[in-house]
Design a binder for this molecule. Structure first.
Ligand code: FES
Length: 189
């Protein structure tokens, strides 16, 4: 299959190859989708690739997904660049996405973001110097009824208070592994 050219500006990015475990996961996931529509498995495979690439999707990682599915590179790029859950730059071990849209804002998300900025010593959009946390202010995550909330990996932390956020940070600091969309963590609700 003829592939589109790579986007510019990716010279020097480390090559990527799926780990044996991740490749086995991908192959298993692919069996859940119709063989004639390989692109159907794209999003779960991107999650696996992201988890297997230290939490972000480099161009080589996206290309590996395209090759595995036998689809065009651009078909992967257009999906990976659309969803905020896919990270196109290196991120901290735990990405905290705090919703700042009106329902969450009315329930105190501004104070929550300000508290987390102060606690972590960074501004929203930045990563802590130790690489543990990336803090982002994001738009509605579809959990308005449980505002204010933040997402970390696949897990939603709802009805947040400053105290709950502090407990979450402590739990994540004690967690050895990276938080990925492919796992669920046992942290305070
Ligand atoms: S407004 Fe925050 S989840 Fe919808």
């Amino acid at each position: 299959m003829e592939h589109a050219t790579h986007p510019p500006g990716n010279a020097g990015i480390a090559p990527f190859a799926f780990s044996e475990k991740a490749l086995a996961e991908c192959k298993e996931v692919i069996t859940h989708y119709p063989a004639e529509h390989p692109k159907s498995a794209l999003i779960p495979l991107l999650h696996i690739a992201q988890a297997d690439n230290d939490g972000w999707l480099s161009v080589p990682a996206m290309d590996a997904v395209a090759s595995l599915l036998g689809i065009q590179y651009v078909e992967v790029y257009e999906v990976a660049t659309f969803y905020s859950m896919f990270h196109l730059e290196p991120v901290g071990k735990h990405v905290l996405d705090v919703c700042e849209t009106a329902p969450c804002m009315l329930r105190g998300s501004d104070d929550l973001i300000e508290h987390l900025e102060h606690k972590l010593g960074i501004k929203a959009g930045q990563t802590t110097r130790d690489g543990l946390f990336t803090l982002r202010a994001v738009q509605c995550l579809g959990s308005c009824g449980t505002a204010p909330m933040l997402q970390c990996g696949a897990k939603y932390h709802e009805h947040l208070t400053i105290e709950k956020a502090d407990r979450l940070i402590d739990a994540l600091r004690a967690k050895e592994s990276r938080t990925n969309f492919t796992d669920h963590i046992d942290t305070p609700a």
